[in-house]
Design a binder for this molecule. Structure first.
Ligand code: ATP
Ligand code: SF4
Ligand code: MG
Length: 375
């Protein structure tokens, strides 16, 4: 199918995002490409440290700020030099490859409504964030203000972006109540006046989701929206996300290392390890018949009940991924999974695989995909 740009909310192209650290550059995101169509929900799924949050921070224009901040607190001369070089290269419009040295920060393209977000300045980003692109951060409910009631907090974003003073009090109130109702907070007429501490953790999380939705954004990014919640609360939060998506047709990027969360909320999923998306496609396909050795190993390390049955039927063993993820601050040649992959051959250790579209909307980063045993 030919997709026009009107149908694509976000298109990430060859995104690279490198932090600076005491050990040098940390290659958190490497040549990541994917797109989110209108009303579609895409998940980023993978092990801890894979670069999922870094992708979100890059889209939100926060990656370089955070990275420069940490670099300045470390007061490391080499880091300062690298960021000075980055500024020079950017002024000249040069990428690392042309500049001749690997540089920190963002490279690549992040297309949103015809604009490349990588080129936006702070003011342009400020107009976009909280309005057209919203974020439910990882680590969550601490970002609510304990001293202000939830109606004030949810309406704030609408007032901030009402630059031409067009909104009326009653319009804002109506939208806030509708959104709180949509995330199934219950009795919103009364509870809108309550403070975050008067809600449960799951309810606070749903307030955060309402805050990210009240502006009717084109894209909502939610990073681990159900971490540290018991299963019942998780389900209610995920149900709220689903209801909202169906009602409002908002595009979503949802980050999680939980298979159930991804299965429940995402149309498509990108599986990440060591800063790369190694498999991308329809969620049911990727989770039920994963094609990439990393996806298989990752799913096997924390299998669903259905998979446990399948594994037993086939007489296989449930096991974790052997070894540790590669240190992203070290130089790495070849496939990002080669040190832990049971199918690795010389070529895997020598050359990074090409990210290939095996069939429409199904992508794989593996030299040996066609030769792997069926799952
Ligand atoms: N400010 C920073 N400075 C240097 N390195 C960082 C910084 N923040 C993250 N990293 C490193 O970047 C890599 C990717 O981290 P990121 O937080 O994006 O992973 P993640 O997939 O979101 O992990 P998790 O599932 O644990 O949240 C990791 O190796 C991490 O240690
Ligand atoms: S490229 Fe090689 S090492 Fe990497 S996942 Fe495929 S088979 Fe394994
Ligand atoms: Mg994260």
């Amino acid at each position: 199918m030919v997709v026009t740009s009107d149908e694509i909310t976000l298109k990430v192209e060859n995104l690279r995002a490198y932090y600076t650290s005491k050990k040098g550059l940390v290659k958190a995101v490497n040549n990541v490409s994917f797109e989110i169509r209108k009303g579609e929900s895409v998940g980023l799924f993978g092990e801890s440290g894979a670069g999922k949050t870094s992708v979100a921070l890059a889209i939100l224009g926060m990656f370089e700020h955070l990275s420069r901040y940490y670099a300045s607190t470390a007061a490391n001369e080499e880091n300062k030099r690298l960021w000075t070089l980055k500024d020079e290269a950017r002024k000249k419009g040069l990428t690392s490859d042309v500049f001749g040295e690997e540089l920190p920060g963002i490279e690549g393209h992040i297309w949103f409504k015809g604009k490349d977000l990588v080129t936006l300045d702070e003011n342009e980003y400020r107009r976009l964030l909280g309005d057209e692109i919203t974020y439910v951060p990882q680590g969550t409910t601490k970002s609510l203000n304990p001293y202000s009631n939830i109606e004030e907090q949810t309406s704030e974003v609408l007032w901030v972006h009402d630059e031409d003073n067009e909104l009326k009090d009653w319009q804002v109130m109506k939208r806030v109540l509708q959104t709180l109702d949509l995330v199934e907070l219950g009795d919103v007429d009364i509870r809108k006046d309550m403070k975050p501490s008067q809600f449960s953790v799951g309810e606070d999380q749903r307030v955060l989701i309402a805050m990210a939705l009240v502006s009717l954004p084109a894209l909502m990014i939610a990073d681990e929206p159900t971490t540290a919640m018991d299963v019942g609360v998780q389900n209610r939060v995920l149900d709220a996300i689903q209801i909202v998506r169906n009602e409002l047709n908002i595009s979503m990027l949802l980050i999680s290392n939980n298979q159930g969360t991804i299965a429940k909320t995402c149309d498509k999923v990108g599986v990440m390890t060591a800063g790369h998306i190694v498999e991308f496609g329809d969620t049911i396909r990727v989770l039920n018949s994963p094609g990439h050795p990393f996806t298989r190993a990752f799913i096997m390390s924390n299998p669903s009940m259905e998979l446990i049955r399948k594994i037993k039927e086939k007489g296989l063993r449930i096991r974790g991924i052997p070894g540790n993820p590669p240190d992203l601050a070290e130089q790495h040649v070849g496939c990002p999974f080669s040190e832990r992959c049971e199918y690795a051959q010389d070529i895997c250790r020598e050359r990074i695989p090409e990210y290939r579209e095996i069939e429409p909307d199904y992508w794989i980063l593996c030299h040996r995909y066609e030769e792997l045993p069926e799952w």
